[in-house]
Design a protein. Structure first.
Length: 319
């Protein structure tokens, strides 16, 4: 049985795909995403089992009897932004991949295809920092501002335990191929999803054999302008989430209930959202740092008959 594993990256339109596109597969596929699922699984609990590397007893007739699509950017997200006791403490992406492979085996997936969306590193770092500052990076002294975070990312990127490692997309591809050596990998680009939705709908139609209705729109309202993004407010929800993650990490409310609780807790704010700006000098540093690894990625992409967009290979020039 064919399975499709969509691994993110975070901040590459994943929520849009999970809310607008993937539910359209509900009649033909077993679908497992944080936003929609039709298999009766506890998404948070399943994620925990996968990240622990051994999701025992996760085989299910609801999954085995149909092709399935698994979409969860959190496996990569937690390898980039983890925090514990005021220190950067990522979850192991390799262990999560091993758990994902065990999950596929438990559900008799005989043919696995992997989809990885990427985004130019300056945009990805900016967006991920804004998304994660309130709940994660505010707890880490050396990552309190975007310049501090960028310094740490660029200086610490040699091992999976360091915050910059998985911003080198070649490292992610290498790890995925190590665990899934016989699987087909499709590398896609956030820029195409953002600017040419029709081509991405065509890709997913070809991959799944389904006909999709393209639904325009965005699922993230953090963008303020071209150079600015907003964080989450410091609210009662912030503290509730920290307590939940520490004492009840496997708990997940149904989506509708979660939205209601989130809305109520967000009304009690202790600090308004911050505006995180990125200037041209910071963009230059980020883009220059990753050009060499992006050139290596370009060769990887070419093996699939694709071309890495030029914006990944161009240095940013200060004006």
């Amino acid at each position: 049985m064919k399975s499709i594993l969509h691994l993110g990256y975070p901040k590459t339109g994943t929520t849009f795909l999970q809310r607008k596109l993937f539910p359209q597969l509900s009649q033909t596929h077993a679908v497992i995403t944080p936003e929609f699922e039709n298999c009766g699984v506890n998404i948070k609990g399943l994620k925990q089992k996968i990240q622990n590397g051994a999701p025992h007893a996760t085989g299910s007739p609801a999954i085995r009897e149909r092709p399935f699509l698994f979409s969860m950017e959190g496996l990569l997200f937690d390898a980039i932004r983890g925090e514990k006791d005021g220190k950067f403490a990522p979850r192991s992406f390799m262990q999560a991949l091993a758990g994902l492979k065990a999950f596929c085996a438990a559900n008799e997936a005989r043919h696995v295809e992997i989809v990885l969306y990427i985004r130019r590193q300056d945009e990805l770092i900016h967006s991920l920092f804004a998304e994660s500052k309130t709940f994660y990076f505010n707890q880490i002294p050396q990552m309190q501002s975007l310049p501090e975070y960028v310094d740490t990312v660029l200086q610490s990127d040699q091992t999976p335990e360091e915050p910059g490692y998985y911003y080198h997309f070649t490292n992610t591809v290498k790890d995925v191929r190590r665990v899934f050596p016989d699987s087909t990998m499709h590398i896609r680009f956030y820029e195409a999803l953002s600017d040419d939705l029709a081509s991405e709908v065509e890709f997913w139609s070809g991959l799944t054999g389904a006909t999709f209705q393209a639904i325009e729109g965005r699922e993230n309202s953090r963008r303020v302008d071209e150079h600015s993004k907003s964080t989450d407010p410091e609210s009662l929800r912030t503290h509730a989430v920290r307590l939940k993650n520490r004492y009840l990490p496997g708990m997940k409310l149904p989506n509708r209930a979660s939205q209601i609780v989130r809305g109520v807790l967000n009304k009690v704010q202790f600090r308004t959202p911050e505006i995180i700006k990125i200037d041209q000098e910071l963009r230059c540093r980020i883009r220059d740092h990753f050009i060499a690894s992006n050139l290596a990625l370009a060769a990887e992409v070419e093996t699939n008959g694709q071309a890495l967009p030029e914006c990944y290979l161009q240095a940013q020039t200060l004006v």
